[in-house]
Design a protein around this ligand. Structure first.
Ligand code: PLP
Length: 273
């Protein structure tokens, strides 16, 4: 397995990052996960734009999009696989912390892992912890993901594959690694970015392609929504068949099934929508 580090391809077994790298020590880093089918990354431009937004939010230098594209191409060519996930990690490196980062540049790692197509539906839980919709890191895709890891572990404990958060004012927000949509009276709704959720690329595309509305939704909408679905790079559009104790028999329902079809068709037509 070859990865990209320090400006070129390296063997994963011998590649080295400083043990003082701030991505490792304090979570001062950002990342993107990009789906790649037959060596072709999906929606890479949108992912690179989000990477830059996250970098600016953390005060990291703007990532060089040409270098990241070159890195993705090199890693995909060196590790052919039918369905993979590119992991782009960009950290503050090991210079001083804060605004003066000294002469040490950031660390860019691009690696490729395998993945499989997710089932059409899944079970989720809600967690008692809140997402802060007004924090310094709100909306940034940082490597500070431990809160998500804890929530995901709880979901697994209850037989689910995802945990959903409300924000501090009790509105539905997002999952640990996905955005959430609900169907009410035939209309699709998803929490707005002001809820504190990540601007998911899949969420963005589903809103554009289905006309889903961005609506403030109380957490208990999950108890009455006709249908619920998740979106993410690795799930695409995935129906929810159980949320906590509530079963949603027949998931994916008709509106979710249509959203899945639209997403499959449109994403199959354009690799970089
Ligand atoms: N929300 C969080 C917290 C995430 O980490 C992710 C993806 O990793 C998403 C939502 C979904 O975003 P995307 O569709 O870009 O994968």
């Amino acid at each position: 397995m070859k990865i990209w580090l320090d400006g070129g391809l390296q063997d994963i077994e011998s590649a080295r990052v400083s043990v003082f790298d701030h991505g490792l020590t304090v979570g001062d880093g950002i990342f993107e996960t990009v789906k790649a089918t037959d060596g072709e990354p999906f929606a890479l431009t949108r992912h690179l734009n989000r990477l830059t937004r996250s970098a600016r939010g953390l005060g990291l230098p703007d990532p060089d999009h040409d270098e990241v594209r070159r890195a993705c191409t090199a890693v995909l060519e060196a590790n052919p696989m039918p369905l993979g996930r590119l992991r782009i990690t960009y950290t503050g490196g090991h210079g001083p912390l804060g605004s003066d980062r000294g002469e040490h540049g950031p660390t860019l790692v691009v690696a490729l892992g395998g993945t499989t197509r997710r089932p059409d539906s899944t079970a989720v839980i809600t967690v008692p912890w809140t997402r802060n919709e007004r924090g310094a890191l709100t909306g940034l895709k940082t490597t500070s993901y431990a809160e998500n890891v804890v929530a995901l572990a709880r979901a697994h404990q209850y037989g689910g594959s995802e945990a959903l958060f409300a924000n501090t004012v009790g509105q539905l927000c997002e999952g640990t690694g996905s955005n959430v949509f609900v169907v009410l009276d035939g209309e699709i709704h998803t929490p707005p970015l002001a809820s504190g959720c990540l601007a998911g690329i899949t969420r963005e595309l589903v809103v554009e392609w289905t006309g889903a509305k961005e609506t403030d939704l109380p957490l208990d909408v999950l108890r009455r929504a006709d249908e619920i679905f998740l979106t993410s790079t690795l799930r695409d559009v995935q129906a929810v068949h159980r949320v906590d104790e509530r079963e949603l028999p027949g998931a994916p329902g008709p509106v979710t099934a249509k959203a899945m079809r639209i997403f499959d068709e449109r994403s199959g037509q354009d690799q970089d929508p």
